[in-house]
Every structure is written in C-alpha cells, then in structure tokens.
Design a protein around this ligand. Structure first.
Ligand SMILES: Nc1nc2c(c(=O)[nH]1)N[C@H]1C(S)=C(S)[C@@H](COP(=O)(O)OP(=O)(O)OC[C@H]3O[C@@H](n4cnc5c(N)ncnc54)[C@H](O)[C@@H]3O)O[C@H]1N2
Ligand code: MOO
Length: 393
C-alpha cells in the first residue's frame, strides 16, 4: 500500500488541463480562463454623473444658475457649459465639458430654467472620471481565474462576447451493487438500499467545475459493469465508480475496468477510510476513479481525490482545493491506528470538534461533517486544545 501523499503526487502529475475552448460569456460560468481578459473599452467611457441632479461649475456656486440642457445615460455628451449655467443630469450620464460638480437634486430648487441651491453641497463632486474603474487594454482577469458571478461582471464589463477557457471535465458515475435502487424505491423491497452516493458525487464534482454527463447503477455482474463502464467512458473524461473496490467476491468493478487501455495509477492506500480507492488512466486524458462503496469512505475519498482531479482537469491547481489549516481540537481525539486517518468533525466556535462515530458506512452524520481531521498513521492520541490539520469537507 502507498501513502496518501504518494497517491496524491501520482494523480497530481497525471492530471493537467483539457483543451482550450472559446466560450460565449453566457456559457462560461464556472469555467477557468485559459487566457487573461483585457478591457476593450474604458470604464466609465467618459466622465459621468454618480447622482441624479445638475452638472455645474464649482466656482459658480452657490448660484443662482440657468439650466441650459439635459444629459441622460446613453445619450451623446451635451454641449459644454459656461459661467452661470447648469445641465440637468442623471446617474451614468455624460458630464458636459466645463462642469466639475454635480449637485444632487435634493439640495436644489428649480423654477422654470432657474436653479437655486437650498442645502449644503459638501465635498463630494459626484463625478466618476473616465477610466477611473479600468482603462482600455487593462487586464481585468488573469488566466486561471474561475468565472463566478463577480468575475462574470468584470468579463462582461470588459466588453467581451467570448472568453478563452479550459473545457469543463465531463464526469460519469457508475454505482455498483445488486442491493442498490433509486432513492424512494427501497422501503417496499426487502434488502434494497437507496443509492445514496451518486447524487452527492455529482454535486461535489459540479462544485469543483465538472459537468455531469451520465450515471448508471450496475448489478454485481462483471459483464454488465464492463458494458456500462465502456458506454459511459465513451462520453466522459472521468468515470467515477462506486463500490466493488475492495476484495469481496462480488467486487468486480476494479477488475472489469482496469484492463483495456487503462493503466493503474494506484490501488489501495494506507488511509482510513478509503483503503480500497484506486485510479487508472487511459488514452487521451481519460481517468477512472474507483471509490469505496461505504458512503463516508466514498465522500471522503471524493473530497481528497475527485475534487483536486476535477480542479486540475478544469485548468486549476491540483493543490488549490486541498487547503489544510491548523485548528484547535475542541475535544480529545483517540490515536488513529496504523493507517493515516481522515476523521470527520464539525467546526465549533472556530475549533475542530471530532465525532465519536467514525464508521466509514455512516450516512446521517455526514450531513453535519464540516471538516476532515488528519492524523498520521501510528501517531498517538491528541488532547483538547492541541492542534490538528483540518480541511473543509
Ligand atoms: N475482507 C475485507 N473486507 C473489506 C475490506 C478489506 O480490505 N478486506 N475493505 C473494507 C473497506 S476499508 C471498505 S471501504 C469496504 C468498501 O468496499 P467496496 O468498495 O468493495 O464496496 P462494496 O462492498 O460494494 O460496498 C460497501 C458498502 O457500501 C454500500 N454501498 C455501496 N455503494 C453504495 C451506494 N451507491 N449507496 C449507498 N451505499 C452503498 C454497500 O451496500 C455496502 O454496505 O469494504 C470493506 N471490506
Ligand atoms: O477504508 Mo474503508 O474506506 O475504512 O471503510
């Protein structure tokens, strides 16, 4: 068995970004930029008003002034103003030449073309200068940036119809086990078990930048597993299998898929949970990641291997999603045993609270497990107040 760090190093080395694609901005959410985004225009494009009111010359105040025109957002720049003149102006509208202040409409009174100030106008000039947000040619987003809602604002404001990005990895999920049925159909079938892992893996993969193309449940029949795996592999970059990873008589998944054009990267790791996890790489950047069937084992190994694999294929840094940090233990933690332990716990008042139940088949408790808590295999127990390596789960 190899260590978790050795397995991670192998997968990190094997996984790089997929192809670069040109994507319409409306389709680019969640992708990572393969090239930076440069502004094609200034923002603002000219000096604009930050308020609804009147554009004036500061030296003419307090007035009275004569209103000589109007300026709306999207309209052509109005004619310039001279001494004693003002222009009715709205937020985002171009400021006329000569004006250097906007009076908010709340502090003026108008009668026909006549304007008088009736309140304090203070320090703020309420003018956003041309290019004060960004300049044409300026880099607004660096290559590698993932496009979330805030980054999409910058990309669209740069006046880009399309961006260059790394293609999202396509993931397919194959759960294996005669006992598995769709959630909602187990209660009246003796021995049946809801497939509780597929929806969770799909969501996790999505969160890290993947597209889910398909999923299937296979019985413990090697021919069926092989057939379904081949069908799914035709359409995806990463096939994630669930179950059938250990040594049980019916644990066919690993044996069915490992042949063919796939080369095993690792199989069996000295970690708990997750000992049976395995990974193979095929031609053309295709991966099969075999996760154990115990639900907690599956989710822990997905967080530790699938999340960074998806991130790396999507153009990110493999280690970026493995941000271990030191937390203080809220309670004592027993010794982990010989394998490296990735225990579950919750964040409690800024500290790590380890769970007493560390069964790898647990499902209910996963809903409360914010943290993975890492202990080196063979190390001793830890006391409340001592430091522990923690990862957001
Ligand atoms: N003799 C040994 N037995 C086991 C070993 C071992 O080394 N020697 N390893 C144990 C470890 S560690 C794990 S983890 C489990 C995982 O084994 P498999 O990956 O082969 O998983 P299965 O046997 O198919 O299933 C285990 C368990 O999980 C349930 N399961 C499976 N898929 C799902 C799903 N999609 N949704 C919900 N539950 C699922 C399945 O019904 C079983 O109860 O093996 C140990 N055994
Ligand atoms: O390693 Mo298994 O994943 O403990 O339960």
């Amino acid at each position: 068995m190899i260590s978790f760090d050795e397995a991670s190093a192998i997968l990190r080395e094997a996984a790089g970004p997929l192809e670069e694609v040109r994507v319409a901005i409306g389709e680019a959410a969640g992708l990572r930029l393969s090239r930076s985004v440069e502004a094609r225009i200034d923002a603002p494009r000219f000096d604009v008003s930050a308020m609804d009111g009147y554009a004036v010359r500061d030296t003419d105040l307090p007035g009275p002034l004569r209103i000589v025109g109007k300026s709306y957002a999207g309209s052509q720049a109005p004619a310039g103003i001279s001494q004693g003149e003002a222009v009715r102006i709205f937020t985002g509208a171009p400021v006329p030449e000569g004006a250097d202040r906007v009076l908010v409409q709340e502090i003026v009174e108008t009668r026909g073309e006549q304007l008088e100030t009736v309140g304090e106008y203070g320090e703020a000039r309420h003018i956003r200068a041309r290019g004060s947000d960004f300049r044409e040619g300026e880099t607004l987003l660096d290559a590698g940036t993932r496009l979330g809602p805030r980054q999409l604002v910058a990309a669209a404001a740069a006046d880009c119809a399309e961006v260059w990005a790394w293609r999202a990895p396509r993931i397919a999920i194959l759960a294996t086990g005669d006992e598995l049925v769709a959630p909602g159909t187990a209660s009246d079938r003796p021995g049946a078990l809801p497939d509780s892992i597929t929806p969770a893996l799909a969501e996790m993969a999505r969160q890290y930048g993947a597209t889910i193309v398909d999923s299937a449940v296979a019985p413990d029949d090697p021919d069926r597993i092989e057939e379904l795996a081949a069908r799914l592999l035709d359409r995806c970059d990463v096939l994630v299998t669930i179950g059938g990873a250990s040594v049980g008589e019916r644990d066919f998944a690993s044996r069915s898929i490992e042949g063919g054009n796939f080369r095993t990267l690792f199989s069996r790791i000295a970690m708990r949970p997750g000992k049976p996890v395995w990974c193979a790489k095929g031609d053309g950047e295709r991966f099969v990641l075999g996760l154990p069937g115990n639900p907690t084992s599956a989710l822990v190994t997905a967080r530790l291997f699938l999340a960074p694999l998806v991130t790396a294929l999507a153009g990110g840094d493999y280690d970026e999603v493995l941000g271990w940090r030191e937390l203080e233990l809220a309670e004592d933690l027993p010794a982990p045993g010989p394998r490296e332990h990735f225990g579950r716990g919750a964040l409690s008042k800024g500290n790590a609270l380890p769970f007493a139940n560390q069964q790898s088949g647990a499902q209910a408790l996963l809903a409360k497990a914010d943290l993975l808590l890492r202990q080196t295999g063979g190390s001793g127990g830890l006391s409340a107040g001592q430091a522990i390596q923690a990862l957001d789960f």
